[in-house]
Design a protein around this ligand. Structure first.
Ligand code: P6P
Length: 344
């Protein structure tokens, strides 16, 4: 086909096409996804020029996690809140950067049917050294009555109740990847037109891969089962998949999980002596990625339970995360099962 006429769908065109295909769809979810795309474009501008202007470095504040907030963390949070508050599809948000959820208290927002939970800029410790970072989000239908202000119950829903989830990776190119139950699709930002364009339709996670991602520095803090699995990954021929494995870990989960989603692999952030519940947050890091990876054919657990089945008890709770290719996850689960002692 003539390259000039090759039809590349923009995010807006794709989401509108989805609405046309779903009977009774109101278009609110599509509008919400386009709003997030707009915030991502604004964040991308600042991330790309970080280092040239005074937007790097610490914001001289700490977030609810007690972590030093980077100026870009605060900027990204403000952009996402702004587009969602002024849109027509979101009744309220919760963010890694905010202590509590935020109800949007105008009439239009109170009548909206979705809430969004997000980590506005994950991996911010990598900003100053130019390693890819990302935005992570999950979308739920509110459980309280439209017309009223949202409450905590609208946010503390198991990940299985997400209607959409996605991430933006600010890397060698800027991509927005989102999943609904209909599939996972990736859009690459074309700076020449300022639009996200469909570049990775129907992303599926290969059943197995060569990559495993884990922080080896914590190895001796991991459980015996996790250590057993990591050791088996390193001894050729030990695991049924027989892959020659390679270890890739950037310290930025959006970058690691995007690579493993596309190429196949497993990402692990296990519990450690210091972090008995792991480090990653259930609501706006683990749940969105678990939804995306499951729709793509992979699996995600906390070592025992399916991530999407976990009933949350607090907005910022943490959980261990094991996520990726289905066959690799099954091999991991075999290693995590308590060793069955056979009495001869
Ligand atoms: P560690 C970034 O701070 C983050 O939340 C994830 O993006 C990343 O995978 C993880 O922490 C890295 O943590 O303890 O290995 O440096």
């Amino acid at each position: 086909m003539n390259p000039i006429n090759r039809q590349v769908l923009t995010l807006d065109e794709f989401t509108i096409q989805q609405v046309r295909q779903i009977p009774n769809a109101t278009g609110e979810l599509s509008t919400l996804l386009r709003d997030i795309g707009l915030a991502a474009k604004r964040i991308n501008v600042e991330v790309n020029k970080a280092g040239l202007v005074d937007i790097l470095g610490d914001a001289n504040a700490t977030n609810v996690q007690g972590e030093a907030q980077k100026k870009l963390d605060v900027y990204a949070n403000t952009q996402l809140m702004g587009v969602l508050r002024h849109g027509i599809s979101c009744a309220g948000i919760a963010s890694e950067e905010l202590d509590d959820f935020v109800p949007f208290d105008d009439d239009i927002s109170r009548n909206s049917k979705y809430v969004v939970l997000f980590d506005p800029l994950d991996g911010s410790s990598n900003i100053d050294v130019n390693i890819s970072i990302g935005t992570i989000f999950g979308v739920y239908r509110r459980v309280t009555e439209q017309g009223s202000a949202v409450s905590e119950a609208d946010f503390l829903q198991p990940g299985l109740r997400q209607v959409a989830a996605g991430y933006v990776i600010y890397g060698s190119s800027t991509m927005l990847v989102y999943a609904t139950r209909r599939g996972v699709n990736g859009f690459t930002l074309d700076p020449s037109i300022g639009e996200f364009c469909l570049s990775h339709p129907n992303i599926t996670c290969p059943a197995k891969g060569k990559i495993y991602s884990v922080n080896h520095g914590n190895f001796f803090q991991y459980s015996a089962g996790v250590q057993r699995y990591i050791n088996r990954l390193q001894k050729k021929g030990e695991l049924p998949t027989q892959e020659p494995y390679t270890q890739r870990y950037t310290g930025s989960m959006v970058a690691d999980l995007h690579r493993n989603l596309v190429k196949g692999g497993i990402f692990m952030y296990p519990a450690t002596f210091q972090n008995r519940d792991g480090k990653l947050r259930l609501m706006y890091e683990c749940n969105p990625f678990a939804f995306i990876v499951e729709v793509a054919g992979g699996k995600a657990t906390d070592g025992l339970n399916r991530i999407l089945n976990i009933q949350p008890t607090s907005l910022h709770q943490r959980c261990p995360l094991f996520i990726g290719s289905a066959q690799m996850m099954e091999e991991l689960e075999n290693c995590l099962m308590p060793a069955t002692t056979t009495h001869g």
